[in-house]
Design a protein around this ligand. Structure first.
Ligand SMILES: Cc1ncc(COP(=O)(O)O)c(C=O)c1O
Length: 364
Protein backbone atom coordinates (compact mmCIF):
# COMPACT_ATOMS: atom_id res chain seq x y z
CA UNK A 1 0.00 0.00 0.00
CA UNK A 2 1.24 3.48 -0.90
CA UNK A 3 1.50 6.05 1.90
CA UNK A 4 -0.18 9.38 1.13
CA UNK A 5 1.03 12.89 1.84
CA UNK A 6 -1.04 13.75 4.89
CA UNK A 7 -1.54 17.49 5.40
CA UNK A 8 -3.63 17.04 8.56
CA UNK A 9 -3.44 19.68 11.29
CA UNK A 10 -3.07 16.94 13.87
CA UNK A 11 -2.70 14.12 14.56
CA UNK A 12 -0.42 14.28 11.57
CA UNK A 13 2.44 12.60 9.74
CA UNK A 14 5.18 10.93 11.75
CA UNK A 15 8.72 10.36 10.45
CA UNK A 16 8.88 7.07 8.58
CA UNK A 17 12.07 6.12 10.43
CA UNK A 18 10.20 6.33 13.76
CA UNK A 19 7.26 4.29 12.47
CA UNK A 20 9.57 1.62 11.05
CA UNK A 21 11.52 1.30 14.30
CA UNK A 22 8.26 1.04 16.24
CA UNK A 23 7.09 -1.68 13.84
CA UNK A 24 10.35 -3.61 14.32
CA UNK A 25 10.00 -3.37 18.09
CA UNK A 26 6.24 -3.93 18.21
CA UNK A 27 6.37 -7.49 19.56
CA UNK A 28 9.54 -7.27 21.56
CA UNK A 29 11.40 -4.19 22.77
CA UNK A 30 15.12 -4.78 23.37
CA UNK A 31 15.54 -7.91 25.45
CA UNK A 32 12.42 -7.29 27.52
CA UNK A 33 10.45 -10.01 25.77
CA UNK A 34 7.41 -7.78 25.44
CA UNK A 35 5.95 -4.82 23.57
CA UNK A 36 6.38 -1.34 25.10
CA UNK A 37 2.57 -1.32 25.40
CA UNK A 38 2.72 -4.28 27.73
CA UNK A 39 5.45 -2.99 30.03
CA UNK A 40 4.97 -1.85 33.59
CA UNK A 41 5.74 1.86 33.74
CA UNK A 42 7.80 1.05 36.87
CA UNK A 43 10.02 -1.47 35.06
CA UNK A 44 13.71 -0.85 34.35
CA UNK A 45 13.03 -1.17 30.61
CA UNK A 46 10.39 1.54 30.68
CA UNK A 47 12.39 3.79 32.98
CA UNK A 48 15.11 3.83 30.32
CA UNK A 49 12.56 4.78 27.66
CA UNK A 50 11.00 7.73 29.51
CA UNK A 51 14.30 9.00 30.88
CA UNK A 52 15.87 8.70 27.44
CA UNK A 53 13.03 10.71 25.87
CA UNK A 54 13.43 13.45 28.46
CA UNK A 55 17.22 13.57 28.05
CA UNK A 56 16.89 13.85 24.29
CA UNK A 57 14.28 16.61 24.53
CA UNK A 58 16.54 18.52 26.93
CA UNK A 59 19.48 18.13 24.55
CA UNK A 60 17.57 19.13 21.40
CA UNK A 61 15.80 22.15 22.94
CA UNK A 62 18.75 23.07 25.14
CA UNK A 63 16.52 23.08 28.23
CA UNK A 64 18.39 24.42 31.29
CA UNK A 65 18.60 22.42 34.54
CA UNK A 66 16.30 24.82 36.38
CA UNK A 67 13.38 23.68 34.20
CA UNK A 68 11.35 20.49 34.69
CA UNK A 69 10.10 18.46 31.76
CA UNK A 70 6.74 16.80 32.41
CA UNK A 71 4.96 14.18 30.31
CA UNK A 72 1.28 14.62 31.08
CA UNK A 73 -2.12 13.63 29.70
CA UNK A 74 -5.30 15.53 28.93
CA UNK A 75 -4.00 17.34 25.85
CA UNK A 76 -3.08 20.97 25.51
CA UNK A 77 -6.69 21.71 26.47
CA UNK A 78 -6.01 20.55 30.04
CA UNK A 79 -3.14 23.03 30.18
CA UNK A 80 -5.68 25.81 29.59
CA UNK A 81 -6.81 25.02 33.18
CA UNK A 82 -3.56 23.75 34.70
CA UNK A 83 -1.66 26.94 33.88
CA UNK A 84 -4.00 29.29 35.81
CA UNK A 85 -4.62 26.76 38.61
CA UNK A 86 -0.90 26.43 39.26
CA UNK A 87 0.38 29.89 38.44
CA UNK A 88 -2.34 32.13 39.80
CA UNK A 89 -1.61 31.00 43.34
CA UNK A 90 1.93 32.32 43.03
CA UNK A 91 2.54 35.20 45.44
CA UNK A 92 -1.28 35.62 45.51
CA UNK A 93 -1.30 37.00 41.98
CA UNK A 94 -4.79 36.39 40.65
CA UNK A 95 -4.79 37.87 37.17
CA UNK A 96 -3.09 36.99 33.92
CA UNK A 97 -2.49 38.63 30.52
CA UNK A 98 -3.71 36.89 27.36
CA UNK A 99 -3.26 37.73 23.68
CA UNK A 100 -6.17 36.42 21.63
CA UNK A 101 -4.82 35.22 18.28
CA UNK A 102 -7.29 32.43 17.52
CA UNK A 103 -9.74 29.94 18.89
CA UNK A 104 -7.19 28.08 20.99
CA UNK A 105 -5.96 31.30 22.59
CA UNK A 106 -9.58 32.29 23.23
CA UNK A 107 -10.36 28.94 24.83
CA UNK A 108 -7.24 29.24 27.00
CA UNK A 109 -8.37 32.69 28.17
CA UNK A 110 -11.95 31.54 28.81
CA UNK A 111 -10.70 28.67 30.96
CA UNK A 112 -8.35 30.94 32.92
CA UNK A 113 -11.26 33.32 33.59
CA UNK A 114 -12.87 30.53 35.65
CA UNK A 115 -10.05 30.78 38.19
CA UNK A 116 -8.91 34.40 38.14
CA UNK A 117 -9.02 37.69 36.27
CA UNK A 118 -8.06 37.69 32.60
CA UNK A 119 -6.66 40.84 31.02
CA UNK A 120 -7.04 40.67 27.23
CA UNK A 121 -3.99 42.59 26.03
CA UNK A 122 -4.89 42.44 22.33
CA UNK A 123 -6.94 40.42 19.84
CA UNK A 124 -6.96 39.82 16.08
CA UNK A 125 -10.54 38.55 16.03
CA UNK A 126 -11.61 41.60 13.97
CA UNK A 127 -9.92 40.10 10.88
CA UNK A 128 -10.65 36.41 11.50
CA UNK A 129 -7.27 36.15 13.25
CA UNK A 130 -5.26 36.56 10.04
CA UNK A 131 -2.51 38.56 11.79
CA UNK A 132 -0.62 38.82 15.09
CA UNK A 133 -1.66 42.07 16.78
CA UNK A 134 0.85 44.76 17.74
CA UNK A 135 1.23 44.71 21.51
CA UNK A 136 0.92 47.96 23.45
CA UNK A 137 3.06 47.60 26.58
CA UNK A 138 0.89 50.06 28.50
CA UNK A 139 -1.82 47.37 28.39
CA UNK A 140 0.42 44.76 30.08
CA UNK A 141 -0.39 44.18 33.75
CA UNK A 142 2.92 44.41 35.68
CA UNK A 143 1.31 42.38 38.50
CA UNK A 144 0.05 39.57 36.28
CA UNK A 145 0.82 36.01 37.39
CA UNK A 146 1.88 35.30 33.80
CA UNK A 147 1.51 36.45 30.19
CA UNK A 148 0.02 33.87 27.78
CA UNK A 149 0.58 33.59 24.04
CA UNK A 150 -0.14 30.94 21.42
CA UNK A 151 3.14 30.86 19.47
CA UNK A 152 1.62 29.30 16.36
CA UNK A 153 -2.07 29.50 15.52
CA UNK A 154 -2.94 26.18 13.93
CA UNK A 155 -6.33 27.10 12.49
CA UNK A 156 -5.45 30.51 11.01
CA UNK A 157 -1.79 29.98 10.09
CA UNK A 158 -0.10 32.80 11.98
CA UNK A 159 2.93 32.78 14.25
CA UNK A 160 4.88 35.18 16.44
CA UNK A 161 8.21 36.12 14.89
CA UNK A 162 9.19 38.26 17.91
CA UNK A 163 8.31 37.59 21.51
CA UNK A 164 6.63 40.16 23.74
CA UNK A 165 8.96 41.65 26.34
CA UNK A 166 7.08 40.90 29.54
CA UNK A 167 9.83 41.90 31.98
CA UNK A 168 9.57 39.92 35.20
CA UNK A 169 6.14 38.52 34.33
CA UNK A 170 6.66 34.87 33.22
CA UNK A 171 5.88 34.24 29.55
CA UNK A 172 3.73 31.16 28.99
CA UNK A 173 3.31 29.72 25.51
CA UNK A 174 1.09 27.16 23.87
CA UNK A 175 3.51 25.66 21.31
CA UNK A 176 1.31 22.73 20.33
CA UNK A 177 1.70 23.33 16.60
CA UNK A 178 5.27 24.61 16.39
CA UNK A 179 7.39 22.99 19.09
CA UNK A 180 10.63 21.55 17.63
CA UNK A 181 10.01 23.34 14.30
CA UNK A 182 12.42 26.22 14.89
CA UNK A 183 15.03 27.19 17.43
CA UNK A 184 13.52 28.64 20.61
CA UNK A 185 15.35 30.14 23.59
CA UNK A 186 13.67 28.29 26.46
CA UNK A 187 15.05 30.78 29.01
CA UNK A 188 12.70 33.43 27.60
CA UNK A 189 9.75 31.40 28.89
CA UNK A 190 8.41 30.53 32.32
CA UNK A 191 6.37 27.68 30.88
CA UNK A 192 5.95 26.01 27.49
CA UNK A 193 3.27 23.43 26.78
CA UNK A 194 2.37 21.38 23.73
CA UNK A 195 0.15 18.48 22.79
CA UNK A 196 2.43 15.97 21.03
CA UNK A 197 0.21 15.05 18.12
CA UNK A 198 1.67 17.46 15.56
CA UNK A 199 5.45 17.66 15.81
CA UNK A 200 6.38 15.28 18.59
CA UNK A 201 4.54 12.00 18.28
CA UNK A 202 1.10 10.47 18.55
CA UNK A 203 -1.76 11.91 20.57
CA UNK A 204 -1.89 11.03 24.25
CA UNK A 205 1.07 12.85 25.73
CA UNK A 206 1.36 16.56 26.47
CA UNK A 207 4.76 18.05 27.17
CA UNK A 208 5.17 20.78 29.79
CA UNK A 209 8.49 22.59 30.27
CA UNK A 210 8.31 24.67 33.42
CA UNK A 211 10.80 26.81 35.35
CA UNK A 212 11.36 25.56 38.90
CA UNK A 213 10.27 28.75 40.66
CA UNK A 214 6.78 28.49 39.11
CA UNK A 215 6.14 25.09 40.69
CA UNK A 216 4.63 24.54 44.10
CA UNK A 217 2.05 27.21 44.82
CA UNK A 218 -1.13 25.94 43.16
CA UNK A 219 -4.55 27.26 44.14
CA UNK A 220 -6.17 25.27 47.00
CA UNK A 221 -8.90 23.93 44.74
CA UNK A 222 -6.44 22.34 42.28
CA UNK A 223 -7.15 18.60 41.86
CA UNK A 224 -4.08 16.47 42.62
CA UNK A 225 -3.73 15.31 39.01
CA UNK A 226 -3.67 18.95 37.87
CA UNK A 227 -0.75 19.98 40.10
CA UNK A 228 2.63 20.50 38.48
CA UNK A 229 4.43 19.92 41.81
CA UNK A 230 2.93 16.43 42.11
CA UNK A 231 4.02 15.47 38.60
CA UNK A 232 7.45 17.08 39.03
CA UNK A 233 8.13 15.35 42.36
CA UNK A 234 7.17 12.01 40.84
CA UNK A 235 9.10 12.32 37.57
CA UNK A 236 5.85 12.22 35.54
CA UNK A 237 5.07 8.89 37.28
CA UNK A 238 2.49 9.97 39.85
CA UNK A 239 0.09 7.79 37.92
CA UNK A 240 0.52 5.63 34.82
CA UNK A 241 1.96 7.88 32.12
CA UNK A 242 0.90 7.47 28.45
CA UNK A 243 3.64 4.90 28.03
CA UNK A 244 3.47 4.18 24.30
CA UNK A 245 3.06 7.83 23.31
CA UNK A 246 6.18 8.75 25.29
CA UNK A 247 8.08 5.88 23.61
CA UNK A 248 7.01 7.16 20.15
CA UNK A 249 8.01 10.68 21.15
CA UNK A 250 11.47 9.30 21.95
CA UNK A 251 11.71 7.73 18.49
CA UNK A 252 10.65 11.00 16.83
CA UNK A 253 13.34 12.84 18.81
CA UNK A 254 15.96 10.25 17.74
CA UNK A 255 15.00 10.95 14.11
CA UNK A 256 15.18 14.71 14.70
CA UNK A 257 18.66 14.35 16.18
CA UNK A 258 19.77 12.17 13.27
CA UNK A 259 18.90 14.86 10.71
CA UNK A 260 20.85 17.55 12.62
CA UNK A 261 18.48 18.67 15.36
CA UNK A 262 16.27 21.76 15.46
CA UNK A 263 18.58 24.15 13.50
CA UNK A 264 18.61 21.74 10.54
CA UNK A 265 14.87 21.16 10.92
CA UNK A 266 14.18 24.90 10.92
CA UNK A 267 16.11 25.31 7.66
CA UNK A 268 14.08 22.53 6.02
CA UNK A 269 10.83 24.00 7.37
CA UNK A 270 11.70 27.44 6.00
CA UNK A 271 12.44 25.92 2.60
CA UNK A 272 9.21 23.94 2.59
CA UNK A 273 7.08 26.92 3.58
CA UNK A 274 8.80 29.16 1.00
CA UNK A 275 7.95 26.74 -1.81
CA UNK A 276 4.25 26.97 -0.99
CA UNK A 277 4.13 30.70 -0.14
CA UNK A 278 6.09 31.64 -3.29
CA UNK A 279 3.58 29.74 -5.37
CA UNK A 280 0.60 31.33 -3.56
CA UNK A 281 2.09 34.79 -4.17
CA UNK A 282 2.44 34.14 -7.90
CA UNK A 283 -0.76 32.19 -8.49
CA UNK A 284 -3.72 33.64 -10.40
CA UNK A 285 -6.12 31.23 -8.68
CA UNK A 286 -4.90 30.48 -5.14
CA UNK A 287 -4.31 33.08 -2.45
CA UNK A 288 -2.82 32.90 1.03
CA UNK A 289 -5.09 34.34 3.73
CA UNK A 290 -2.55 35.58 6.27
CA UNK A 291 -0.68 38.90 6.60
CA UNK A 292 2.75 38.11 5.12
CA UNK A 293 4.94 39.03 8.07
CA UNK A 294 2.99 36.74 10.41
CA UNK A 295 2.91 33.65 8.20
CA UNK A 296 3.26 30.28 9.93
CA UNK A 297 5.90 27.76 8.89
CA UNK A 298 3.60 24.93 9.89
CA UNK A 299 0.01 25.68 8.85
CA UNK A 300 -0.65 27.37 5.52
CA UNK A 301 -4.26 28.33 4.77
CA UNK A 302 -5.30 29.35 1.24
CA UNK A 303 -8.43 29.90 -0.84
CA UNK A 304 -9.48 30.14 -4.49
CA UNK A 305 -12.21 32.69 -3.78
CA UNK A 306 -14.91 30.21 -4.84
CA UNK A 307 -16.34 27.71 -2.37
CA UNK A 308 -17.21 25.41 -5.24
CA UNK A 309 -13.64 25.40 -6.57
CA UNK A 310 -12.27 24.93 -3.05
CA UNK A 311 -14.40 21.81 -2.63
CA UNK A 312 -13.37 20.54 -6.08
CA UNK A 313 -9.71 21.10 -5.23
CA UNK A 314 -9.94 19.21 -1.93
CA UNK A 315 -11.76 16.34 -3.66
CA UNK A 316 -9.34 16.04 -6.57
CA UNK A 317 -6.31 16.46 -4.32
CA UNK A 318 -7.50 13.52 -2.23
CA UNK A 319 -7.83 11.37 -5.35
CA UNK A 320 -4.16 12.18 -6.10
CA UNK A 321 -2.91 11.21 -2.64
CA UNK A 322 -2.90 14.62 -0.87
CA UNK A 323 -5.01 14.07 2.23
CA UNK A 324 -6.67 16.43 4.72
CA UNK A 325 -6.32 19.70 2.84
CA UNK A 326 -9.76 20.99 3.84
CA UNK A 327 -9.53 24.14 5.97
CA UNK A 328 -10.82 24.16 9.55
CA UNK A 329 -14.60 23.95 9.66
CA UNK A 330 -14.83 27.50 11.06
CA UNK A 331 -12.80 29.18 8.28
CA UNK A 332 -13.35 27.08 5.13
CA UNK A 333 -10.97 27.06 2.16
CA UNK A 334 -7.86 24.91 2.38
CA UNK A 335 -5.03 24.46 4.84
CA UNK A 336 -1.80 22.57 4.29
CA UNK A 337 -0.20 21.58 7.58
CA UNK A 338 3.44 20.88 6.83
CA UNK A 339 4.85 19.80 10.16
CA UNK A 340 8.40 18.48 10.66
CA UNK A 341 7.63 15.01 9.31
CA UNK A 342 6.17 16.26 6.01
CA UNK A 343 8.99 15.71 3.50
CA UNK A 344 9.96 18.50 1.13
CA UNK A 345 8.90 16.26 -1.77
CA UNK A 346 5.35 16.34 -0.38
CA UNK A 347 5.21 20.13 -0.63
CA UNK A 348 6.81 20.14 -4.10
CA UNK A 349 4.28 17.55 -5.29
CA UNK A 350 1.40 19.54 -3.82
CA UNK A 351 2.51 22.72 -5.60
CA UNK A 352 2.82 20.80 -8.90
CA UNK A 353 -0.73 19.57 -8.43
CA UNK A 354 -1.94 23.10 -7.59
CA UNK A 355 -0.34 24.41 -10.81
CA UNK A 356 -2.10 21.73 -12.80
CA UNK A 357 -5.41 22.50 -11.08
CA UNK A 358 -4.93 26.18 -11.84
CA UNK A 359 -4.39 25.47 -15.57
CA UNK A 360 -7.47 23.26 -15.73
CA UNK A 361 -9.69 25.69 -13.85
CA UNK A 362 -8.73 29.07 -15.27
CA UNK A 363 -11.40 31.65 -14.55
CA UNK A 364 -12.00 33.46 -17.88
C1 LIG B 1 -2.41 25.65 19.30
C2 LIG B 1 -3.27 24.56 19.87
N1 LIG B 1 -3.57 24.59 21.18
C3 LIG B 1 -4.35 23.64 21.72
C4 LIG B 1 -4.88 22.61 20.98
C5 LIG B 1 -5.73 21.58 21.65
O1 LIG B 1 -4.97 20.46 21.83
P1 LIG B 1 -5.53 19.10 22.47
O2 LIG B 1 -6.46 18.51 21.46
O3 LIG B 1 -4.28 18.30 22.67
O4 LIG B 1 -6.22 19.42 23.74
C6 LIG B 1 -4.59 22.54 19.61
C7 LIG B 1 -5.13 21.43 18.81
O5 LIG B 1 -5.10 21.40 17.61
C8 LIG B 1 -3.76 23.55 19.05
O6 LIG B 1 -3.48 23.53 17.74
Amino acid sequence: MKRVYNFSAGPSMLPEAALKKAAEEMLCHGNSGMSVMEMSHRSKSYEAIIQGAEALLRELMDIPDNYKVLFLQGGASSQFAMVPLNLMGKRKKTSADYVITGQWAKKAAQEAARFGKVNKVASSEDKVYNYIPELDKSKFDPDAAYFHITSNNTIYGTRYTTLPDTGSVPLVSDMSSCILSEVVDVTKFGLIYAGAQKNMGPAGVTVVIIRDDLIGDALEITPTMFRYDIHAENGSMYNTPPTYSVYMLGLVLEWLKSIGGIPAMQKINEEKAKILYDFLDSSSLFKGTVVKKDRSLMNIPFVTGSEELDAKFVREAKERGFENLKGHRTVGGMRASIYNAMPKEGVVALVEFMKEFERMNKIV
